[in-house]
Write a protein that binds this ligand. Structure first.
Ligand SMILES: NC(=O)CCC(=O)C(=O)O
Length: 272
């Protein structure tokens, strides 16, 4: 299974529309891959909080349209990273706008939306995403030929219980789009490897390059195998990381070193 991670440069000098067109072309160039992965909030930049409202779009908005077409043209599964989603207002609420979410979209090779995941853990503590966006509530997995994807986004990487929940839901390959800052790059690499080792799963973690809202991005997208080995790691600039994965390695690792079977806590039915 061939995966291509597109570490997109997100700088303020490029408009959202032209970046969307550029990214669609890059996705089309990945024909021959099985899975293509984009970063978190690559239309706006994950730290460009002021632009979230202006650039928010419904689930079936311009990014959905452009990425569905690009996935179908390339004939690939596309994890299109995430968008600032403007949800419909609640039917019971007063007239006005619905909430914002940081929502990841996955398209099938025929361009159909296969899954949407609203980021559960929002970054920023008492500002930014944490106050502007709503929290997702659902764990999401997607079945692909050969592997089941588990979806998580950026700051989610710091919450191991999310990943354990995804394993319980059948995940074998975690896809983590991100806009991770350079300042905490060491955490990014360490956490990506930790989530792979503790869950005996592939981790495909795709970040951005460039600087937006004054925050230099780490880049360093990384692919880790179920034993924790780093299969590929990008530098800090815009880059495409292409890696061949062996989906059977997940089951083999879990069988040869069955640590997941020794879990005692957090199970619905305790083993001992
Ligand atoms: N966009 C994010 O979720 C940033 C996360 C981050 O900077 C961190 O966890 O550190």
């Amino acid at each position: 299974m061939r995966a291509s991670l597109l570490q997109i440069g997100v700088d303020e000098g490029e408009s959202v529309d032209s970046r969307r067109r550029r990214v669609a072309s890059l996705v089309r160039e990945q024909a021959g891959a099985d899975l293509v992965v984009l970063p978190e909030l690559w239309t706006t930049g994950a730290f460009a909080y002021e632009s979230f409202t202006a650039e928010a779009e419904p689930l079936d908005g311009p990014t959905h349209e452009a990425m569905a077409e690009a996935a179908a043209d390339a004939g690939v599964w596309l994890h299109a990273g995430s968008i600032p989603e403007r949800a419909a207002p609640d039917s019971g609420s007063a007239a006005g706008e619905g909430p914002l979410y940081n929502t990841s979209l996955v398209f099938s090779p025929s361009g159909d939306l296969a899954a949407a995941y609203r980021k559960i853990h929002r970054f920023g503590f008492d500002k930014g995403e944490a106050v502007l966006m709503g929290a997702g509530a659902d764990l999401v997995t997607v079945r692909l030929p050969g592997t089941t994807l588990g979806m998580a986004t950026c700051y989610d990487l710091r919450f191991p219980e999310l990943f354990r929940g995804l394993v319980d839901a059948g995940a074998e390959t975690f896809v983590v789009p991100a806009g991770w800052p350079e300042r905490r790059r060491a955490h990014w690499t360490l956490l990506a490897r930790a989530r792979a080792v503790e869950n005996q799963a592939y981790v495909l973690a795709c970040g951005t390059a460039g600087t937006h809202a004054g925050v230099p991005q780490a880049g360093h997208s990384i692919v880790v195998d179920p034993w924790g080995e780093v299969l590929a790691e990008a530098g800090s600039g815009e880059e495409i990381l292409t890696v061949d994965l062996d989906p059977a390695k997940v089951a083999a690792t879990r069988e040869q070193f069955p640590a997941l079977k020794d879990r005692l806590l957090g199970l619905e039915t305790p083993r001992r």
